[in-house]
Design a binder for this molecule. Structure first.
Ligand SMILES: Cc1cc2nc3c(=O)[nH]c(=O)nc-3n(C[C@H](O)[C@H](O)[C@H](O)COP(=O)(O)OP(=O)(O)OC[C@H]3O[C@@H](n4cnc5c(N)ncnc54)[C@H](O)[C@@H]3O)c2cc1C
Length: 393
């Protein structure tokens, strides 16, 4: 092993990961400190792209290259950072303030873990498990686009946010879509059952075939495409199978370095892990014990962390952050309550066809603590957010 010798004064802030989390911290830090050396390490090509666009790019006929707004060279110039691509960090040695890459060690003053999440793999019987696709980065999207050539139908496993968005995008792009989920309504983790039923109805009317309340027992390769056997014994056919059954924070590097893992890489409200010079944010992190794999929490965490790294310790304060489901045929907006409350459907269907409005209120004081809006009822988002911000009952 060789050691890159750096005197303490020049030891950089090292950021592992060039996704939204890594790049946003770097950008915010550079605004606050024009001289601190920043080194970014990534196992991918370092292109800056909008990951949320992966699930609505098809209908817009966008190729993977259209989604990449800047390559690593352009990002390095913008951020005045040393960006090292195709470099997989193998190990962190916290006691020596070093990360190990390709057998070499690199010193850091502060280390930021922005390593994202891996897709959850579904275990099914049959000979085609390895051919199930998932789309979690730009190269997955490029492979998905190529695999779609000649396909007419796509089965999507998982009717959560990402599964529903891909279903919407594929149907809009002219494919037959089969959406399968063991839950009895789509977006079951986000929408209360009533709103989920309305959402399901709208998906169905857009042409998506729903197989809810059923899991996939086996997937077998056929001459053309795949045969899927569902839990009730029903058999369906699709030319391509996409899994969207969730993400698992990438915690191995942190765990091997002895950092506390609790759902994700545990951090306090300052994004600081159980080691005082190592921070984490984004899909890999559980800030104050909570993983929030969405754009808005990442932006808030990145701004606070940049202030901390520039010498002004700042804790992350998350405002109310609605999650917007990108299903133009049937839009949905959700604020998930973070405490127990009572869901009240205070307007159904009146706001238009396939519309639902459900508000979760605090059991004691009636304050709104969450909401789920579907279809035309999404127009009520701003008023509800205002009510939540003002704490009005
Ligand atoms: C299809 C899809 C649609 C989405 N839509 C929405 C949406 O509409 N709204 C919303 O709010 N959120 C959405 N999200 C979630 C949002 O995009 C993510 O929360 C966010 O992009 C995660 O950013 P990240 O930087 O934490 O992780 P990533 O973008 O995954 O970046 C991780 C980085 O870590 C690097 N890395 C990992 N391990 C190592 C290692 N050992 N060595 C070196 N580098 C390493 C990788 O190369 C990569 O650069 C969507 C996600 C997906 C997949």
């Amino acid at each position: 092993m060789t050691t890159v010798d750096e005197t303490p004064a020049t030891q950089p802030v090292v950021i592992i990961g060039t996704g939204l989390a890594g790049y946003t911290v770097a950008r915010e830090l550079r605004k606050l400190d024009s001289t601190v050396p920043i080194v970014m390490l990534t196992q991918d090509d370092g292109c800056f792209y909008s990951k949320p666009m992966l699930s609505n790019a098809l209908a817009m006929k966008k190729e993977a290259r259209d989604l990449a707004s800047f390559d690593a060279t352009a990002m390095a110039a913008q951020l005045r950072a040393d960006i090292r691509v195709h470099q997989r960090v193998e190990r962190i040695v916290p006691g020596e303030h070093q990360v190990i890459v390709n057998g070499d060690s690199l010193h850091y003053s502060k280390l930021v873990l922005a390593t994202g999440a891996d897709v959850r793999r579904l275990r099914v019987d049959g000979d085609a498990e390895a051919e199930i696709r998932s789309i979690n980065d730009l190269s997955d999207y490029a492979g998905f686009r190529a695999a779609l050539a000649g396909c007419k139908s796509v089965a999507i496993l998982g009717a959560g946010l990402i599964g529903c968005e891909f279903a919407n995008d594929l149907i809009a792009a002219g494919f037959a879509v089969l959406l399968i989920d063991p839950a009895t309504t789509p977006l079951a983790r986000l929408l209360p059952p009533f709103a989920g039923e309305v959402f399901a109805n709208a998906l169905s009317e857009s042409g998506i075939s729903l197989y809810l309340g059923r899991s996939v027992s086996s997937i077998e390769r056929q001459l053309n495409g795949y045969r899927l056997v569902l839990s009730g014994g029903e058999q369906i056919h699709a030319d391509l199978v996409v899994s969207a059954v969730g993400l698992v924070p990438r915690t191995t590097l942190a765990a091997n370095a002895g950092l506390t893992i609790e759902y994700g890489i545990w951090t306090d409200a300052w994004c600081r892990t159980s080691n005082e010079d190592i921070y984490a944010l984004g899909d890999c992190a559980a800030i104050m014990g909570r993983v929030q794999p969405y754009v808005l929490p990442i932006m808030h965490a990145a701004r606070a962390l940049a202030r901390t790294l520039s010498g002004n310790p700042s804790c992350v304060e998350f405002p109310v952050m609605p999650v917007t489901v990108k299903t133009p045929a049937t839009p949905a907006v959700v604020v998930s309550p973070d405490t127990e409350g009572q869901w009240l459907v205070d307007l159904a269907a009146h706001a238009g066809r396939n519309a639902a409005r459900a508000v979760c209120r605090h059991a004691d004081n009636g304050r709104p603590i969450g909401f789920a809006l579907v279809g035309a009822a999404t127009e009520g988002k701003a008023a509800l957010l205002k009510e939540m911000a003002s704490g009005a009952g």
